[in-house]
Design a protein around this ligand. Structure first.
Ligand code: SF4
Length: 248
């Protein structure tokens, strides 16, 4: 997208410290039909969607179905979609399991999780971002060291404008809000899963551990790649070599 960096800087000043409804209203004023949200139905995303349903009910909300989600996540997604009447759209890799297996190997989440995440998560999101230029995300600064510097609006390495209305919410504040308004949430959160992704790459976390400690346990990996463009650049050559064939 062609964006005016000066305008983004001005918008950042306007948005900083504003409430979530105000941030969403300003986003609508500035970007209108260019807005899209993503969610994995984690607890922070639920809070953000509870505002979106009142303020931006028409905005498409993309759920990246990796084919490895927990049953609990899929059930929650269906419940929210039905009861909140949001414009939730499932997206997935365009490759079959056989094509992926041939290109990146069986159980790639064990041998090459970056490539697995690339084809199951990043690539479907990139297709969406070709049509929607402004991405509303529910990431928070206190989720991990990799997110500690995020701001309310930023431009990522792909040139996508990202709006993070919950950037300065804390974990405790988010849970208080959920309990206060009796919002639905993934029952796995009550079983020591503070951050929930794919079944093979998500584990419970010891009390007091970091929110994302249970993701890709035992590996250096902290992010799937949708929020970190640098990783994409770093691994792009490897990904080109492993391009799945679609001639099936
Ligand atoms: S989180 Fe794990 S299973 Fe899911 S896409 Fe990434 S590596 Fe694959």
């Amino acid at each position: 997208m062609n964006y005016d960096l000066k305008k983004i800087v001005e918008l950042r000043k306007e948005l900083q410290g504003k409430s979530i409804p105000d941030i969403l209203l300003i986003a609508k004023r500035e970007f209108g039909d260019d807005l899209a949200m993503t969610t994995s139905f984690g607890y922070t995303g639920i809070v953000l969607m509870s505002f979106v349903k009142d303020i931006l009910p028409e905005v498409p909300i993309y759920f990246i179905d990796t084919r490895f989600h927990f049953e609990e996540t899929l059930k929650l997604a269906e419940k929210i979609k039905k009861e909140w009447k949001l414009n939730i759209i499932y997206i997935s890799t365009r490759y079959t399991e056989q094509q992926l297996e041939e290109a990146i190997g069986k159980e790639a989440y064990k041998t090459n999780p970056d490539l697995c995440c690339h084809y199951r998560k990043v690539e479907p999101l990139l297709r969406v971002l070709k049509t929607k230029n402004v991405w509303i995300s529910s990431i928070r600064r206190d989720q991990s060291i990799t997110r500690a510097e995020i701001d309310v609006i930023e431009v990522d390495g792909r040139g996508t404008i990202k709006i993070n209305p919950m950037y300065n919410w804390t974990k405790d504040q988010t849970w208080l809000y959920i309990k206060k308004y009796d919002l639905p949430y993934n029952p796995l959160h009550d079983q020591y899963y503070p951050s929930i992704g794919c079944v093979p790459c998500t584990a419970p976390v010891d009390k007091g551990g970091d929110e994302r400690d249970g993701r890709w346990r035992g590996m250096q990996k902290l992010e799937c790649g949708i929020h970190l463009y640098d990783d994409e650049v770093k691994n792009s050559k490897e990904k080109e070599k492993c391009q799945p064939s679609e001639k099936k």
